[in-house]
Design a protein around this ligand. Structure first.
Ligand code: CTP
Length: 396
């Protein structure tokens, strides 16, 4: 971790004991770690243990006169390269989401201008409680990276999501956020679109397609695992955000186009989304009603912007642009035509007549000026890993 400075806030939960192991791993990987122990955290681990492992003083209170003369809490929050909250308890996240600053930890979190990574750990019912769900959504909206807890048997005897991920996994995420992760795509920004778009007709109806988003999300996960900074612009799908991926939710093609533009510059763009080619010419403000005459209302369509083609022509065009093509017939011919028409470097074609959209398996063909490489039929995660490997090789 190249001497980068991590401020580690330890909340009051049984998983706090794993924070000791995390401190050891950060030190082993060359990071500098300063611990802040909440009052609750101090019931589970001691300041002595953390000081010995981190080789730094441990901070526990806001009311330390010596520190406050130097505005210690402001300094602590600004000196760090990354602030990590581990374990992030339901209470700590609720206070963070509410902007409450009633102890040293929450004051630091409110005062910091550095990226924050929260690693929740709690009982499954607490994790699934609407209040926690709401607080996590608020934190993510505020730009806090909230890791997904693991699923399994818990200290309280229950089973489900809420376990702290293994310290090695947390350390890898810290390295990724610090930009010190090593992987074939480390230091690269990969921009991915995924899922369908919804084009409203009126407040209750929309035009959509059968894209599930699974392949695009799997590619985002594989790119993050390869060490890339990943921005995933996602249409309306009900999928968890892969670890280490920044997700931007959109609904329409025009919103997707704007989100892609805002996410630039990128080194690689992989446009997996099934963007609706057309939208309704005029979205009705009120629900369109049957008038009893048997007449069908006219549905006038207009063309949506072509996000891929626009990106290829842009003066901020990424070094490698990859498009996707879901085809039902003449797969390779259509893919070659799209490669030329859109100006992409590669078109990844899949036959949705053989592998229906939404399934778990894909047979991808990578079409480029160099020819065609057909991958075997693979589960979507494996197909994603194979594609990311080829992308990393192309950039090397
Ligand atoms: N694409 C896009 N913006 C659009 C339409 C498509 O960015 N408005 C991208 C898709 O994300 C994909 C590629 O272009 O990477 C090919 O999409 P596809 O829908 O197959 O291409 P179309 O040009 O719409 O061709 P078709 O006539 O087969 O629908």
């Amino acid at each position: 971790m190249n001497g980068k400075r991590i401020l580690l806030i330890i909340g009051g939960g049984i998983a706090a004991y794993k924070a000791c192991e995390l401190v050891r791993l950060i030190r082993k990987q060359g990071g500098d770690v300063t611990c802040v122990l909440t009052e609750g955290g101090a019931h589970f681990v001691t300041a002595m243990t953390l000081a010995a492992l981190s080789e730094n003083p441990v901070h526990t209170t806001l009311w330390d006169l010596k520190n406050e003369v130097e505005m210690g809490h402001i300094q602590l929050s600004r000196q760090a390269d990354l602030v990590v909250v581990c374990p992030a308890t339901a209470d700590l996240m609720a206070r963070m989401a509410g902007g409450i600053a009633n102890d040293l930890a929450t004051t630091l979190l409110l005062a910091t201008d550095k990226p924050v990574l929260a690693i929740p750990a709690m009982n499954v019912r607490m994790w699934q409680h609407p209040a926690t769900v709401r607080n996590v959504a608020t934190l993510r909206g505020d730009g806090v990276a909230v890791m997904q807890p693991d699923e399994g048997a818990m200290a309280c005897g229950e089973f489900g999501p809420g376990r702290l991920p293994e310290p090695v996994v947390i350390a890898a995420e810290i390295a990724r956020m610090l930009g010190t992760a090593t992987g074939p795509l480390s230091g690269k920004h990969v921009l991915i679109t995924a899922g369908p778009t919804h084009e409203p007709i009126d407040p209750v109806r929309y035009i959509a397609n059968r894209s599930s988003g699974k392949q695009g999300f799997a590619i985002a996960a594989a790119a993050a695992q390869a060490g890339a900074k990943v921005t995933l612009v996602a249409g309306p799908v009900n999928l968890d955000t892969p670890q280490g991926v920044t997700r931007i939710n959109v609904e329409t093609a025009r919103q997707m186009a704007a989100a892609v533009d805002a996410a630039l510059p990128a080194d690689v763009a992989i446009m997996v989304a099934a963007v609706a080619d057309w939208r309704s010419a005029g979205e009705a403000v009120q629900k369109i009603k049957k008038d009893g005459s048997g007449q069908v209302p006219p549905l006038q369509l207009v063309e949506n912007p072509d996000i891929l083609a626009t990106l290829c022509k842009s003066d901020r065009r990424p070094q490698l642009v990859v498009g996707f093509a879901a085809e039902t017939n003449d797969v390779l011919d259509h893919a070659r035509a799209k490669l030329a028409r859109k100006g992409a470097d590669w078109i990844v074609a899949n036959d949705v007549a053989t592998h229906a959209m939404g399934g778990e398996i894909n047979g991808l063909h990578i079409v480029s000026a160099a020819g065609v490489e057909s991958l075997p039929e693979l589960p979507k995660a494996a197909a994603a890993a194979a594609l990311i490997e080829r992308i990393a090789n192309a950039l090397a």
